[in-house]
Design a protein around this ligand. Structure first.
Ligand code: SF4
Length: 250
C-alpha cells in the first residue's frame, strides 16, 4: 500500500495540546481555502510505501506519546490512514487526526474501529459561507462530520474532540455565529496568519473570546495556547460578567 506523502515532523509540541507527538502530513486536499498555510501539500504526488511511513512513526515512538495525521487532508487516503492509525496504536501511541471534515464516512469508520483518540475539526466559517470559502460543495458533509464526532465524543467513543476556528482580521464578527454551530464541543480560536496582512493581536483575540458565553482556548504564534473563560450572560437579567484568562502557556 502507498501513501501520498507530504512530510514528517519527528517531535512536535504544538499539534496536540499537552503532548509531545510526531506528525505525519498526507499530501492532497480538494478544497481551496484562501488562507491555507500548507498550499504546497494540496496537490502533487510523492508515493511512499506505507512501511516507510510506519518506520518514521516507530522511530519517533521512543520519544513521543502520540502521532497526529495532518495534511493536506488525511481522510482523503482512508485505507492508509486506517492502517497507520492501527499500527501506531499497536505500539502504544495515542492517535489523532486534524481534519476539515469533508469525509464523514472515513471519520465514522475510524471511530467504529476505535483507532482514534483525538480529532481537531477545522470549522472554516458560518454554514452559509462554507462552500464559497472552501471552493466546493462541502458544507453538508462537514455538518455530518460535526454531528457524528460530537455524538462519539459525548458517548465516550472519542476521548478528545476540539473545533478549531481560524480567526482572520475582518471576519471576527463571524465567530459568535460559528461557535453557536458547535455547541457541546471544546472550541479553539486560532490566530489566522495571511501573507501581507496583520494577524489579530492577542488582545484582539482575547476580546473576541471574552464575548462568547463559553470557555474557549486561544492559539497564537506569540503566546502559544491558553484558556479564556468567556463572558457569562445571565439569561434572565441579561447581565454580563466579564471573561477572564484562565491559564497561560507563555
Ligand atoms: S481544507 Fe485545510 S488543507 Fe485543504 S485547502 Fe483548506 S486549509 Fe488547506
Amino acid at each position: 500500500m502507498k501513501v501520498n506523502f507530504g512530510g514528517f515532523v519527528s517531535i512536535s509540541t504544538v499539534d496536540w495540546r499537552g503532548k509531545a507527538v510526531c506528525t505525519v502530513f498526507f499530501r492532497g486536499c480538494p478544497a481551496r481555502c484562501y488562507y491555507c498555510h500548507n498550499r504546497e501539500l494540496l496537490t502533487g504526488e510523492d508515493l511512499r510505501d506505507i512501511d516507510f511511513v510506519y518506520g518514521l512513526i516507530e522511530a519517533s515512538s521512543l520519544v513521543v506519546s502520540g502521532v497526529i495525521f495532518s495534511g493536506g487532508e488525511p481522510t482523503m487516503q482512508p485505507e492508509a490512514l486506517m492502517v497507520l492509525l492501527k499500527r501506531a496504536k499497536s505500539i502504544g501511541l495515542q492517535t489523532g487526526v486534524h481534519t476539515n471534515g469533508i469525509q464523514p464516512e472515513t471519520l465514522r469508520a475510524l471511530i467504529e474501529e476505535r483507532c482514534i483518540d483525538h480529532v481537531s475539526l477545522d470549522l472554516k466559517t458560518t454554514w452559509d459561507r462554507y462552500n464559497n470559502l472552501m471552493k466546493g460543495s462541502y458544507c453538508n458533509d462537514v455538518k455530518i462530520s460535526l454531528n457524528l464526532l460530537r455524538d462519539a465524543y459525548n458517548e465516550g467513543h472519542l476521548p478528545e474532540l476540539e473545533a478549531v476556528i481560524t480567526s482572520i482580521r475582518g471576519f471576527e464578527c463571524e465567530i459568535e455565529e460559528i461557535v453557536a454551530q458547535v455547541t457541546g464541543i471544546p472550541v479553539v480560536i486560532q490566530q489566522g496568519v495571511l501573507p501581507g496582512e496583520i494577524p489579530l493581536s492577542n488582545d484582539e483575540l482575547r476580546n473576541v473570546a471574552k464575548k462568547l458565553n463559553i470557555p474557549v482556548r486561544i492559539r497564537s504564534r506569540e503566546e502559544g495556547e491558553y484558556g479564556i473563560e468567556g463572558d457569562r450572560c445571565d439569561r434572565t437579567t441579561g447581565k454580563r460578567e466579564r471573561g477572564v484568562l484562565t491559564n497561560s502557556r507563555k
